[in-house]
Design a protein around this ligand. Structure first.
Ligand SMILES: Cc1cc2nc3c(=O)[nH]c(=O)nc-3n(C[C@H](O)[C@H](O)[C@H](O)COP(=O)(O)OP(=O)(O)OC[C@H]3O[C@@H](n4cnc5c(N)ncnc54)[C@H](O)[C@@H]3O)c2cc1C
Length: 464
């Protein structure tokens, strides 16, 4: 690009990264281990969405919510505690303290890596091997695009006033009496769970036929039943048409004319790629509806430009970003890293009850292998001692290829997110139920439920 080529080059790096969220900073940290110099461009705060507006703050709120529920239920366990209320300022202070601590730690970690230069400011890809920041041109032998995502809305649905996204919801300084949540996916269900525990009258509006539509049907059924029991209302299968707001609240209308009223509308309809106006198209990077198209090795097919994280179509998760960041650094180093397909990336939805899954749903496995070649096994947490002690119910479901490996694990129940580690090893290492069945799961743990499911699938259930 001629106008840019005339400007002086400030500095050259082995790897120049645009965006220091989970994906970008992971690339930087792995790259310096491999001996590369790194330029890390960030317009806001290192750590990106996950640390400042995503995973960490939502999980802090969910922890406060869990404590509120424990206080409500405490008499059942012989502990007399009275829930006197939720002090939202204290909740926010606790949440912000966690973020501040992690942010400081991350800044220190990056600073300690002398080969990383953090370049503060808004960057723009100005050619196939340069990024311009505040008028200064930086060169990278390799460029990694990692500019992340933003909260999307729907056409004609303006964010403002009583219509907010997760960014606003994370920083509310009051607890609304009632809220409508547009979108029954991960973010929608997590906020529904938090707010219900804080005493909010919550209604989820989801246009698709069910909540968490990407999960296995058994999990969906269990979540919907559990939400109903918790008093979280939801409408599924009818699309949103419009919203009106005034000083008192919002009125949401669906396409069939149904209306819902509440104090707030949270729009949680997914995240769009932050790529507009960043020079990607001009540099020839292939794009589709704002997403950057990269091949399975995360190369864009243009120069030495790679793309990672939420701007690449697929699961928008922080740990996918970390993995892709590490992958790209190793790929540039010629280490030929292993590809982890999106389907085998673990997913957790941290609502109550928690959902954790990895691999193929039963339906997807049947489509892939044929229904006659798939076996599924459900294990009810009612049979698991630790789950009964915790007062939770739920299911573990394993899906196997007939006489073959386990290709999917799907779980729901309090704290089941903590079981995803073993589940993802099972699926990614293509373990057979017979392999897992002969290993030992400590008693009494919720982890035993994985062992019990594998034993049942291997034809030798213990407590089933
Ligand atoms: C409410 C919520 C809850 C979530 N919970 C979870 C969870 O529990 N678990 C999970 O795995 N994921 C969760 N996520 C998703 C997770 O946050 C994202 O998948 C992850 O942050 C993506 O990382 P990234 O590096 O691709 O993008 P980002 O984290 O968005 O980082 C991109 C960075 O690039 C910077 N940037 C953008 N453009 C420029 C530019 N032109 N110049 C300089 N810098 C730029 C941005 O400032 C940002 O820091 C959640 C998201 C939200 C919104």
């Amino acid at each position: 690009m001629s106008d840019v080529a005339a400007q002086p080059t400030e500095q050259e790096f082995d790897i120049l990264i645009l965006g220091a969220g989970s994906a970008g900073y992971a690339t930087a940290l792995r790259a310096v281990q491999l001996g590369f110099t790194v330029g890390l461009v960030e317009k806001s705060k290192v750590g990106g969405t996950c640390l400042h507006n995503g995973c960490i703050p939502t999980k802090a709120l969910l922890h406060s919510a869990e404590l509120a529920d424990h206080a409500r239920d405490s008499a059942k366990y012989g502990v007399n505690v009275e829930l006197q209320g939720i002090d939202i300022n204290a909740v926010n202070a606790y949440k912000d303290g966690i973020i501040a601590g992690k942010y400081k730690g991350l800044q220190g970690l990056i600073k300690s890596k002398k080969a990383i230069t953090v370049i503060e400011g808004e960057g723009k890809l100005s050619s196939q091997n340069t990024v311009t920041v505040n008028g200064v041109v930086y060169t990278g032998k390799n460029i990694v695009l990692a500019s992340g995502s933003y909260s999307k809305s729907l056409p004609g649905l303006e964010i403002g006033g009583r219509v907010i996204t997760s960014d606003g919801a994370l920083n509310l300084d009051y607890i609304p009496k009632s809220a409508i949540i547009l979108g029954g996916g991960v973010i929608g269900c997590e906020f529904a769970s938090v707010w219900k525990s804080f005493g909010v009258d919550v209604t989820i509006v989801e246009g698709l036929p069910s909540l968490v539509p990407n999960e296995d049907a058994t999990i969906v059924k269990n979540l919907e039943r559990a939400f109903k029991k918790r008093g979280i209302k939801y409408s599924t299968g009818t699309f949103f048409q419009g919203v009106e707001q005034n000083n008192d609240g919002v009125k949401v209308t669906l396409v069939d004319g149904t209306t819902f009223e509440a104090e707030l509308l949270l729009v949680a309809v997914g995240r769009g790629p932050s790529t507009a106006g960043l020079g990607y198209e001009e540099a020839g990077v292939p794009m589709d509806r704002g997403f950057v198209l990269a091949n399975e090795r995360l190369h864009t097919g243009v120069g030495n430009i790679y793309a990672i994280g939420d701007i690449v179509p697929g699961l928008q998760l922080a740990h996918r970003g970390y993995q892709q960041g590490i992958f790209v650094a190793e790929e540039i180093a010629g280490l030929n890293p292993v590809i982890v397909e999106d389907v085998n990336i673990p997913k957790v939805t941290y609502c109550d009850p928690e959902i954790a899954s990895v691999g193929l749903t039963q339906k997807a496995a049947e489509e892939k292998f044929g229904a006659e070649n798939v076996q599924a096994q459900e294990y009810n947490l009612a049979g698991n001692g630790k789950s009964s002690i915790l007062g939770t119910s739920g299911i573990v479901k394993m899906v196997r290829q007939k006489d073959g490996p386990i290709v999917g694990v799907h779980m729901i129940g309090a704290r089941m997110g903590e079981q995803i580690g073993e589940a993802q090893l099972i699926v990614n290492w293509e373990a057979y139920p017979e392999d897992v069945a002969q290993l030992v799961h400590a008693h009494p743990t919720q982890n035993e439920s994985l062992g019990e499911t594998a034993m049942a699938l291997a034809g030798k259930p213990l407590h089933g």
